[in-house]
Structures are given as structure tokens and as C-alpha cells.
Design a protein around this ligand. Sequence first.
Ligand code: ATP
Ligand code: MG
Length: 587
Amino acid sequence: MKASNTEPETGKNIDKSSDKPSTDTAPFTDFIRSIIAEDVKNNKNNGRVATRFPPEPNGYLHIGHSKSICLNFGIASEYEGGTCNLRFDDTNPCKEEAEYVESIQADVRWLGFEWGDRLFYASDYFEKLFEYAVQLIKDGNAYVDSLTADEIRQYRGTLTEPGRESPYRNRSVKENLTLFERMRAGEFENGTHVLRAKIDMASPNLNMRDPTLYRIRKVAHHRTGSRWCVYPMYDFAHCLSDSIEGITHSICTLEFENNRPLYDWILDHLNVENHPQQIEFARLNLSYTIMSKRKLLELVEEGYVNGWDDPRMPTLSGLRRRGYTPEAIKNFCEHIGVAKTNSVVDIALLEHYLREDLNKHAPRVMAVLRPLRVVIDNYPENKVEELEAVNNPEDHRMGTRKIPFSRVLYIEQEDFREPPPKKYFRLAPGREVRLKHAYYIKCVDVVKDKKTGEVVELHCTYDPETKGGWSADGRKVKGTLHWVSVPHALKAEVRLYEHLFLKAIPEDETEGVDFKKNLNPDSLVTLTSCMVEPGLVKARPGDRYQFLRHGYFCVDHDRSSNGEPVFNRTVSLRDTWAKIEKAQKNQ
Ligand code: ATP
Ligand code: MG
């Protein structure tokens, strides 16, 4: 079994072992795959494997869902004839919208999974589910209760005390049937009656204390319109939808473990052809990230982020806009594996898989985010050279490109220091550095703003014998800087993102403190005067690049207010200088 990164613990620790991804190449398996392999071996379900991914369309999918998607679609693809359905569990008309149905399909497809003609909606089964409920009533296994919601709660008891039976529990089958039909016909108001399973008010499992199966909701549904005013509860609809679709293995997250007896009870008390096996696994939690759709919706509705696809959101649409690749997410999901105990995975691990994938595929380009002008005094005034640059040293098939070099260049402001601190190998007065793909230059003069003292321009000389970035005399320069030619530069907006939350466990709220108090005020920094290589004029939304020494960036679908291209920082490169500087500051 593949070692997963989870330890039995409270779910509050961050799993540090995730920092060092294992490189083992053992065939990927886990306890769920083992159960299924055993079932297939024993010809259970005639050797069929049928799974499903069952989102409730009440929000956008997030990175946590991708664990479930990879698991369900992945397992199905591992068996000849295996199937995985996409099913919308759309039984709650109050929170569901067609927008979510569409975004969910787009996101699953983006991850690279296809359901073919196996797209289903629990709402397609409303009629059938109603018939099943009628059958339970006829068999004396369900009754219409007329207690209020509050009373039902009071009667339910607690973990230590048994519940009490409702005074309506022993209504006759006939009376129950009539009332249930009248509920459907819209004769009663919301909350006046519910249909409950007749199980055991003394059960140690609260889910088995006569759970509600149907309630009245006079609300239009995104697919069935106003045809219905009674809606099935999740527990009733879910197991029966699985059964109707012939699902063999109903894989869900751990919080449904206590619902399994009810899942089985319902199917055992109805004459169904298929009784799927529910198997629970630990949901994915990531540090610096929230996964609850309710809380994500709160961030969207209250304007803390710019919509569900804000690049800081952990939604798949947000990650996509930020520049994440489906491969990175799938590799990550495969690595974390599937376990039965909750834990929190370090977001650094997700970023590791992202860098690993982008490193292979993203072309390198030069972009100056905070420009400082450099004049090369001994370079001819109107000369322009086209220098050759490799697009990706990791993959020579990605070829080369030409970049223009001229007398006036931009370099990064932070690549010049006066005086240079210890271990700072970049440009300083009298210091020689290499310009990537170009020449060695030496700083000979510094122009400052008379009032503020701010450095506004550098004067340098170049050594024509160092074309391509090396010298015949073998003299060493320690720093290599990226640059862009001033007359050729393309102006762009760059958005730098940090974690959305300051706290590793943002939901770890001390009493009375809202999770939004842990939002990072600097999670977005917008730079509007960036200068990038002219070749990027052909960059299209969604294209990904490595900006040398900065990180990976992805072209946004929107342009800046000035009509310039916008680049979202997907993830930074590991910055050794920042670490040294930080360590020095802390001394
Ligand atoms: P939320 O609590 O964010 O609303 P949910 O579990 O209600 O999430 P659903 O749309 O019902 O969201 O989930 C669809 C499927 O995805 C379910 O099978 C659920 O178990 C699974 N899932 C949801 N969140 C995670 C997660 N963080 N890790 C793994 N699987 C998840
Ligand atoms: Mg849910």
C-alpha cells in the first residue's frame, strides 16, 4: 500500500513529511482500491466497477473535490468496462443554481475526466424516490410527523440520552399515505409536516433516530421548476440514486461514516436491485486554505475576493486562472493518497507538484517587475542586436528565440544596491555582473533624484568580448541579471499573490473570532509598470511562462484598465536571497 502522508491525529497538525515528496514508483494503490480489487476477484457485482462523483451544485468545486474526482474517475478507469457517473445531488432547491452545474462540469473536464453519457441528476429521480417513500409507508417503515422542527430536535435526545417517540409515530398506514399525498399536493405550509423513517429513537447513532426523509419546501427547483414542493433529504436521495444508477462502490468522505447504517437501512427496507457499498475516506485539508463552500461563498458575496475564480481562491476555476495545471493537481492527489484519518497537508506540497510540472513545460522569458533604467555608455546609440535565448533548458525541443538588446535597458530595482550588503552578488558601483543571454556589464555611475536620493538611473559599460554571457579570459562574475530593452519593452500589469490566509489553519478560530479575521491583507499586490520581453505580445489568456528569477506566471483573461496584458503569479521560485536576508535580519 502506498504510504500516505496522514498520521492518526486530531486533524489539526500540519503534515511536515509532505515537504519531501517520496520518489517511490511503486504501483499506486490504497485501501479503497484494495477493497475493490478483492470484490472484483470474488466476482461481486458480476465483476463490475461503477463509481460516481456526486457534487451538490451549491458552489464551485475546490481543490478538495479534486481528490474525490481523481479517486472516483481514476478507479473506474483502472478496470475494463469501469464507469464513473457525474451526478448532481440537487435535492436542496434553496441553494442550488444552474451556474454551479455548468462550472462543475467545466472543472471536471479541465481536470481531464470524461463522463460521456453518464451525466445524472438526483432530481431526475424525484418521482421514483417518492414511490420508494410511499413503499416505506405501506410497509410500516415511515410515518408523517407533525411536530415542529424545534420539537423534533428536542425529542431527538442527545449522545448520552435516548430520544422520545413522537406522538404521531403510530399513525395508521392509511393516514400516513393520505397526509404524504397531501404534502405533495401543496396543501400544507413549509415546516408543518415531515416524513420520517421509523427506526429506533433509542439508537446510539443519532442518524438512526427516525431521520427525516422528506420535507415541505415551497421553493422552485433549478431543474424541476415548481413541479415539487416536497423534497427528499440527502440521506434518502443519495443511497437510492446510487442504487438506481447501479453504483457498486459509493465512495465518500469520513463525515458520512455515521450515515452508513442509514444508507444500508434504507436500501435493506426497499426492494432494490442494487445495494452499493459505501466506503469512507479522509477529506483533503490544506494549510492556509479553507474548503467549506459555505465559507468560500461568504468570501465571494462579501467581496473579500473578486469572484469564485479569483486566483487566490482554492476553487478549481481560481487555481486554473492562477496558472495551475491539471497535471500538477492530479500528481498531487496521487501522491497524498487515500487514508482513513483526517490530517492537514502542507500547501507547499501542492506547490511542489506545480513547480515540477511548470518547470518542464513553461517557456522562460525575461520580465522586469520594478524597472530601473541602465544606460550602457559604450554601446552604439542606434544599434540593436538580436540575441539568441533558449526557451527551456529542461527541454531543448522548445527551441530558441531572439531578444533585442540595445543601449538602454531595464533591470530590476532590487538588483542594484549601494553599498552592496554581504553576500549580495548583484550590481553595485564598480561591480561587474552578467546580463542573461547578453554581455558582462560594469556599473560606472549612479544617477539619483536630487530631492529624494532615490536611484533613478545607472550608467554602465559593457565588454563586447563577452557576448552570450561568458568571457574568453575566464574571469568570473557571480551575479546574472535579467533585463529588457527599453525601446522594445512591452508594458504589462503583474499581480503577485500570497496565501489568502495568514494562519496555517484559518478555521482554527479562537472563541468569537471569525475566520475572515485571518485573511492576509497582502494576498494581492498589483504592479502596474512592469516591462516584459516584446515577444510576449503574442501571449494569450491561459499561457504560462517562467519569468526568470521571479516564478511562474499565467496570462489572465482580462486586460488591465490601460489595456495592457495582465500576468498572474502562479507560484514563485524558491528565493535563496530572500532567505539569507531574512536570516540576517533575525540575527
Ligand atoms: P462542502 O463542505 O465544501 O460544502 P461537500 O462535501 O458538501 O463540501 P459536495 O458537493 O457534497 O461538497 O461534495 C461532492 C463530493 O466531493 C463528495 O463525495 C464529497 O465527499 C467530496 N469532497 C468534498 N470536499 C472534499 C475534500 N475536501 N476532500 C475530498 N473530497 C471532498
Ligand atoms: Mg455537501
